[in-house]
Design a protein around this ligand. Structure first.
Ligand SMILES: NC(=O)C1=CN([C@@H]2O[C@H](COP(=O)(O)OP(=O)(O)OC[C@H]3O[C@@H](n4cnc5c(N)ncnc54)[C@H](OP(=O)(O)O)[C@@H]3O)[C@@H](O)[C@H]2O)C=CC1
Ligand SMILES: O=C[C@H](O)[C@@H](O)[C@@H](O)[C@H](O)C(=O)O
Length: 336
């Protein structure tokens, strides 16, 4: 074809045909060769009695990615939901992407931690197993999940390190590839990632971090991109009560595209080539959150301007640990 004719046709072709618009199940590549669906249903703080219905509803509505964790204490019900939709033929296990996370009191017992989640979730394998925080806690303390010292502070296990935990996870995937398809981390700053990568033989497939226009964490996102580590964004709506729905700039972008603020907050991550987790136990919201759009450079510029007046981190548990994030300098350094 005449090159100028080809250019003419290209110039008249809508951008969405050249670059298909992302959907909730757009497959984003991981460094393992597998892919992760762009949108996942979050399950943190989804109460027992509600979470089964939420997961069943989500999967029936087309979600294929469910984010779970042992410490959410609801994996048993999530497992009931998975069993339900699989037994009714709504979906096959291999069409789902299930993430679970190793809790802090299990850093020295990774196989036990994984098996507990597999049993609760009633699944033979997880697609991604993450170290939930780079913070080992006492496995023999006064509580199985949140052990505390007499002064009320969290009981940190100083006899091991997050790097050793990673080595335990590397061994786990090598010895049990049928039970865990990929390993990754969560809540890792650049500082902790540098320490981990210096001794790792497997590069984490993903780093799940709090991420939204009020906490872009560009330094972590750029570092992970350079190392081939996929970013999954958590608390994209600002966590409990979705406070970011009220943000003025988010609402301006939403108005321009005639969509709700949630669509803008979730689509922001697709523009950054990250996957994103949205939690809801409300069927109408689970449906609404499926809508994603392509944001343009002007939209992204507006969203990127939000944090210029100060960032907000909504999730930071009282470990008393400095996890290496510049906005949280207090606490002990466990980077190793
Ligand atoms: N690795 C980690 O350490 C962490 C991982 N995560 C993961 O990320 C997921 C998402 O983050 P999370 O902190 O839960 O917060 P989100 O940013 O997903 O916000 C959840 C809140 O927004 C509400 N909501 C959801 N959709 C809508 C909507 N369309 N309109 C209005 N309100 C809405 C929910 O209410 P309701 O449910 O009542 O509808 C809930 O109160 C978690 O559930 C978890 O799976 C989160 C934090 C830390
Ligand atoms: O995934 C969600 C969060 O990380 C959550 O697991 C922690 O904040 C936990 O409740 C804690 O208090 O340490």
């Amino acid at each position: 074809m005449n090159p100028s004719l080809a250019n003419f046709i290209l110039s008249k072709t809508p951008k969405s045909i050249l670059h298909p618009a992302p959907t909730m199940n757009t497959a984003i590549p991981l460094n393992t060769g597998a892919t992760i669906p762009a949108l996942g249903l979050g399950t943190w703080q989804s109460a027992p009695g509600e979470v089964k219905k939420a997961v069943v509803h989500a999967i029936e509505a087309g979600y294929r990615h469910i984010d779970c964790a042992f410490c959410y204490q609801n994996e048993d019900e999530v497992g009931e939901a998975l069993q339900d939709v699989i037994s009714r033929g709504i979906v096959k296990r291999e069409d789902l992407f299930i993430t679970s996370k190793l809790w802090c009191t299990f850093h020295t017992r990774v196989e036990e931690g994984l098996q507990k989640s597999l049993d609760l979730l009633k699944t033979p394998y997880v697609d991604l197993y993450l170290m939930h925080w780079p913070v080992p806690m006492n496995p023999k303390g006064n509580h199985p999940l949140f052990p505390k010292l007499e002064d009320g502070s969290r009981d940190i296990d100083h006899s091991t390190t997050h790097v050793q935990t990673w080595k335990n996870l590397e061994k786990l995937i090598q010895t049990h590839p049928e039970r865990v398809k990929a390993i990754g981390v969560a809540n890792y700053s650049v500082k902790y990632l540098e320490k981990l990568l210096a001794q790792a033989t497997i590069v984490p497939a993903a780093n799940q971090i709090e991420n939204h226009p009020l906490l872009p964490q560009q330094e972590v996102v750029d570092f992970c991109k350079a190392k081939g580590i996929h970013i999954t964004a958590y608390s994209p709506l600002g966590s409990t009560g979705s406070p970011l729905f009220k943000d003025e700039a988010v609402n301006e972008v939403a108005k321009k595209h005639n969509v709700g603020p949630g669509t803008v907050l979730l689509s922001y991550h697709l523009a950054r080539n990250s996957s994103v987790l949205a939690k809801s136990v409300t069927p109408a919201r689970i449906d609404e959150n499926r809508k994603l759009i392509v944001l343009d450079a002007e939209d992204m510029q507006k969203l990127e301007s939000i944090h210029k007046n100060g960032i907000t981190r909504f999730v930071y548990p009282p470990f008393g640990v400095n996890c290496g994030f510049p906005d949280k300098p207090d606490g002990i350094d466990l980077s190793g």
